[in-house]
Design a binder for this molecule. Structure first.
Ligand code: HEM
Length: 301
């Protein structure tokens, strides 16, 4: 059967599943010329290897191409007490993974040139691994991520959806930390915000319901809400925070977590909001790879 063969041949963009690189650069593009979008995308599919260059496509791009992907929906507009979560949709999201800032700059420039006939670079964010995998607050990030086969099953669409098998859905939010505010909290209060001890990363037995890991405990949702987080700290001048990046086979688990964070169910807001806010929020679909290239066949272009 054709569909089964397609599923067997497709693989995920491997950068999604690999450990974080030391450095990264996130590029966000808007589509300004729909007529040339398909050609630019085909050119990108040739150079994006899925490992060092991970690509996600937004809804506005798919509608420019007169196509869509089942499951790629708009980023939800959510709010909680005193909290607005911005939705900042974009046409293309590119995660450049590397270990040399000069090389990342050159790769970003080449890609921007290649896309220039149709796309305008709207945002560039430089990111990095901090202190062996900690958020800028000093807390280890990624501890409860699924690993190995569970990571693949969580992040990558399986053969039960043959057309999309090997692809993934990614939620991206750029959070800006108020580090001054965070540093003013006594260390026990900081631990209670996260729900883990910074010193040894142990979960607190008596964490309040507002603690971040209480809000987001993945197995405590019905159905369980697992995502594969691949977030990285970012910095520009004296500002910094986290580029939160969560891959999954659908947006349902991310959305369930986010709703609980803003208190949609019980009015309890995630204590993270005491010192950090998202500046952006967008959803993208990350095509599978086939024969070393992005597989654009589900788009019928
Ligand atoms: C600035 C923003 C954020 C920071 C600094 C942050 C930091 C952390 C830290 C330190 C942990 C504990 C260790 C770990 O398991 O990774 C954690 C866990 C987690 N976070 Fe976040 N996070 C942020 C935003 C988010 C958002 C927006 C979501 C989803 C909507 C999320 C989902 C999760 C999940 C699912 C866990 C694991 C919970 C569990 O199953 O125990 N985080 N985060």
């Amino acid at each position: 059967m054709r569909t089964t063969t397609a599923a067997a041949m497709n693989t995920a963009q491997t950068g999604i599943l690999l450990p974080l690189p030391p450095l990264a650069r996130y590029l966000t593009f808007l589509c300004e010329d729909a007529e040339h979008a398909a050609d630019c995308l085909r050119a990108l599919a040739e150079v994006a290897d899925g490992e060092r260059t991970v690509v996600g496509l937004g809804r506005s791009l798919l509608s420019a191409l007169a196509t869509d992907i089942d499951g790629l929906r708009p980023f939800p507009s959510l709010a909680g007490p005193g909290i607005e979560l911005p939705a900042t949709p974009a046409a293309l999201w590119i995660w450049l993974r590397g270990d040399d800032r000069g090389e990342l700059l050159q790769r970003a420039r080449r890609i921007a040139q290649l896309l220039a006939p149709a796309f305008r670079l709207a945002e560039t964010i430089d990111a990095f691994v901090h202190d062996g995998g900690r958020d800028l607050t000093g807390y280890e990030d990624g501890t409860e991520n699924p690993v190995d086969e569970a990571a693949t099953a969580t992040a990558i669409v399986g053969a039960e959806r043959p057309l999309l098998a090997g692809s993934s859905f990614v939620a991206v939010q750029r959070w800006l930390h108020d580090l001054g505010r965070f540093e003013q909290m006594p260390s026990e209060e900081r631990d209670r915000c996260i729900g883990r001890r910074r010193s040894d990363n142990e979960e607190l037995d008596d964490a309040p319901a507002s603690a971040h890991v209480q809000r987001t405990a993945q197995e405590r949702f019905t159905p369980p809400a697992f995502v594969l987080r691949r977030s990285m700290p970012w910095a520009a001048g004296h500002r910094g925070g986290l580029v939160f990046v969560a891959f999954a086979a659908s947006f349902d688990p991310f959305e369930a977590q986010l709703r609980r964070m803003v208190g949609s169910e019980d009015g309890i807001v995630d204590a993270l909001f005491r010192f950090t806010r998202p500046l952006s929020g967008a959803y993208f679909w990350c095509p599978a790879m086939r024969a070393g290239r992005l597989d654009l066949s589900p788009l019928r272009i």
